[in-house]
Ligand binder design. Structure first.
Ligand SMILES: NC(=O)c1ccc[n+]([C@@H]2O[C@H](COP(=O)([O-])OP(=O)(O)OC[C@H]3O[C@@H](n4cnc5c(N)ncnc54)[C@H](O)[C@@H]3O)[C@@H](O)[C@H]2O)c1
Length: 268
């Protein structure tokens, strides 16, 4: 289903670790739709993941960057513009990690050094990415920057732990920077709030299988699969959504607007 939606566009895709990653599918689909991209991930993920396989498939280059390091981000944007031959039309920030979740710390017993890391990696890195692009004037007019979020930014999901705070901050950065970047360069910034998805980051959340099944039964259309999330990202990079900015966009099969579903009622 390729329609040359991104013909002639250039972009950076953060966060492809393996074929389950949302970013992996976005990268594959963006190239199918005619875009030229660079891929990036943290140096440790480059050693552990399979990003080089993806780079070969997409005929592109991997530029390592820890998204919490402004220096790495400057290098990434500069090299991407060189390698792709001009300013960028889109950026996908697809990054999440909580040391508190990883180490099994309860929300009522958070380690605050870990919390700082959660926020820096999963949210402040979005600001650092955007600010780097802004200072280097790396985006074209009407360019599109996207982050991936989850509805725990609005409602409480006990197993989601301190990632809920990170997602609230991420969505707030999209609104705040969306204002400034919109006014000065007509660049748009949005977050997509995706259904639970079976990836490394997703399945790291406590009780993920039940969480996934519950959301699936609550959503009139079922949980949104990775491929559909990738397509929504492409649409947000395309010229069809030029006037959409500063939004948190639910991509969740309707979950966010359901109080209770018959399928859940039937369980009682
Ligand atoms: N899986 C879900 O259920 C779900 C639901 C809604 C939103 N999301 C969001 O989607 C995004 C992508 O996650 P995913 O589910 O594809 O999982 P994933 O584990 O495949 O991707 C997370 C990525 O973050 C990268 N990362 C971690 N620390 C980094 C750092 N310091 N610098 C650069 N990169 C770093 C990892 O290497 C990995 O590639 C995340 O923001 C996640 O919170 C996921």
């Amino acid at each position: 289903m390729a329609n040359n939606l991104l013909e002639g566009k250039r972009g950076i895709i953060f966060g492809a670790l393996d074929e389950k990653s949302i970013a992996w599918r976005v990268a594959e689909r963006a190239v199918e739709e005619g875009a030229k991209i660079t891929l990036t991930n943290a140096p440790i993920a480059l050693r552990m993941g399979k990003i080089n396989e993806l780079a070969e498939k997409c005929n592109t280059e991997v530029i390592p960057a820890d998204a919490t390091s402004v220096e790495d981000l400057e290098n990434l944007f500069t090299k991407s513009m060189e390698s792709l031959g001009g300013k960028l039309d889109f950026v996908l920030h697809s990054i999440g990690m909580s040391p508190n979740v990883r180490k099994g710390k309860a929300y009522t017993d958070l380690n605050y050094d870990f919390l700082q890391k959660t926020l820096d990696i999963s949210a402040v890195s979005f600001h650092k990415t955007i600010q780097t692009a802004f200072k280097l004037d790396a985006m074209t007019e009407w360019g599109s920057i996207l982050g991936l979020s989850y509805i725990a930014a609005q409602r409480s999901f006990p197993g989601y732990n301190d990632m809920a705070e990170a997602k609230s901050l991420l969505e707030s950065i999209a609104r705040s920077f969306g204002y400034h970047y919109g006014v000065s360069k007509k660049v748009r910034i949005n977050t997509i709030s995706q259904s639970p998805t079976m990836t490394t980051a997703g399945t790291g959340v406590g009780g993920f299988d039940k969480f996934f099944a519950y959301a699936d039964k609550m959503s009139p259309l079922g949980n949104a699969p990775t491929d559909d999330c990738a397509n929504y990202c492409l649409m947000m990079f395309s010229d069809y959504t030029r006037m959409v900015t500063m939004q948190n966009l639910y991509h969740d099969g309707g979950f966010s607007n359901v109080g209770v579903s018959q399928a859940i009622m039937d369980k009682f």
